[in-house]
Design a protein. Structure first.
Length: 166
């Protein structure tokens, strides 16, 4: 399965590509540091919080994999529990694993923002999205999504429960 959209990618032999250009130094970097992952959101200053929330909730790859497994992602806590029960077949695909981790984190963040009172998306100065709770605590949901995608623990529903308690 290919990750959506045009992008820079690295194949399993650590050879990196950008379209038809071969960029071998990135393969060397990846061998030393592992795959790069993350999400960045940049705006012109005035940002539409609903627009940012909509953009971050797309999670196309995760939604596709969940749909194939018969799981509906409806931004509910129950959908997080259903994701936790899926067989982690994506762990065999090194190319899509970072993208799925991004999507899992963004989906977790979307559920938190829609269901936890006072929670909202916060975009850090470097463009990294996080969730800010009413208490002021910030949650790096993308990092949590990567941990879940690669190891399954902690579960997304467990992370949600911890966050929703305050």
């Amino acid at each position: 399965m290919k990750a959506p959209g045009a992008r820079l990618w690295c194949d399993p032999e650590c050879e990196c590509h950008a379209g038809r250009m071969n960029i071998p130094f990135l393969g060397t970097w990846r061998k030393k540091h592992g795959p790069a992952f993350g999400v960045a959101v940049f705006s012109d200053g005035d940002h539409d919080s609903e627009g940012v929330a909509e953009l971050l909730s797309e999670c196309e790859l995760l939604r596709s994999q969940a749909h194939q497994a018969g799981v509906e992602l409806d931004d509910s806590v129950a959908s997080l529990e259903a994701l936790d029960q899926l067989l982690p077949r994506w762990r065999d695909d090194e190319e899509s694993l970072p993208w799925l981790g991004n999507d899992a984190g963004l989906y977790l963040g979307s559920v938190i923002v829609r269901t936890v009172p006072g929670a909202r998306w916060e975009v850090w100065p470097n463009g990294h999205p996080a969730v800010r709770l009413a208490s002021g605590r910030e949650i790096d949901v993308v990092a949590s999504g990567h941990t879940w995608a690669s190891s399954g623990a902690p579960e997304l529903s467990q992370l949600y429960a911890e966050v929703s308690e305050g």
